[in-house]
Design a protein around this ligand. Sequence first.
Ligand SMILES: N=CN[C@@H](CCC(=O)O)C(=O)O
Ligand SMILES: [Zn+2]
Length: 412
Amino acid sequence: MATLFKSIKELIQVRNEPISFISGKEMNVLPTIEDAFLVVENGLIVNFGSMDDCPTDSYDNIIDATGKMILPSWCDSHTHIVYAGNREGEFVDRINGLSYEEIANNGGGILNSAKELQETSEEGLYQQSSKRLEEVIQLGTGAIEIKSGYGLTTDAEIKMLRVIKRLKENYPIPIKATFLGAHAVPTNFKNNKEGYLQLLIDEIMPKVADENLADYVDVFCETGYFSVADTELILKAGKQYGLVPKIHVNQFTAIGGVKTGVKYDALSVDHLEEMREKDIAILKGTKTMAVALPSCSYFLSIPYAPARKMIDAGLPLALATDYNPGSTPSGNMNFVVATACIKMKMTPEEAINAATINGAYAMGLEKEVGSITKGKRANLLLTKSINSYGFIPYSFGAHQIEKVYLNGVEIK
Ligand SMILES: N=CN[C@@H](CCC(=O)O)C(=O)O
Ligand SMILES: [Zn+2]
């Protein structure tokens, strides 16, 4: 099966040579080809270039993209889309003046979602979660990471991870799974966090590894949740089970978790709303990707990750949604890209690099997705007729996607 996309107004994020990620000043460079063609065969990108060199072979399918642009799909490296119910009540509580922290301290927050998830069947959880996956695919996401962490018991954590596994089997999108048992201390361990850490390490993690249910291990390293020492314990144990660290850190307070992430070779450190100069310095020159989650800052009215400072210091930065029921009930990467430009002062080039190739790296998928490169999956966005790619973040709140393709196949 071969498809030719012809007369593409601009083919965006073209990388002839495979790259892992882009840092610092380079992030402001977004390579494109104007008036381009793209050939997809058996789900993969096999050829592209200027229309002047467009091959004259015969194709099963020819798509005229006059006036439209093609980009690699968004790579969303941080989500919690497997959850049960929602937390609309807390949304109203916050409108009425309570903070995220106050709600959590009153027994709401993550524990609220855990209770609902524990009471939901695996089938029910799958049904709710698959709807969200289908929703974000339509919004242009073509690779995604999904975390556990709303189970907080052995059975419920395994249930979440099995649902993620089933999503992997049933949808044509690359999915990475992260074990986030250390998301909150459950009520029955309220005065015995050590006991919960022991359960995570001695009972749940071996099961997760046994069933091969996760690629990554995550911890909510934050005041009132898990300390730096707790984080070290979990990351060390996770690594022994072959789970690569990716951590929640510096969301509300900077307590030293970035250093721990780097020490344990974390693939990414995520949130980073509260960054100290020394956290930025620690990340410099490492292989750990900084991941910003602007929709979370927007929804909770907390600071945005200091993208300018990080990029100007030479760091790479990825953008992700953090789609979850408490802090970010939205999985719209178009909104993330727009908000990064509007609120974090990233240029459209930086934001698109952050939401494609750098996001792919933050999921270990940089060889598969995230750029227009021969041999990569044809997970693509075909835009509506637009004048420039800058119109994508400029027209915030809308999206400019006309069609999405996964493995070269249009998703309807
Ligand atoms: N910060 C920790 N975890 C999620 C929110 C969890 C929740 O409120 O349900 C996040 O990434 O924002
Ligand atoms: Zn998160």
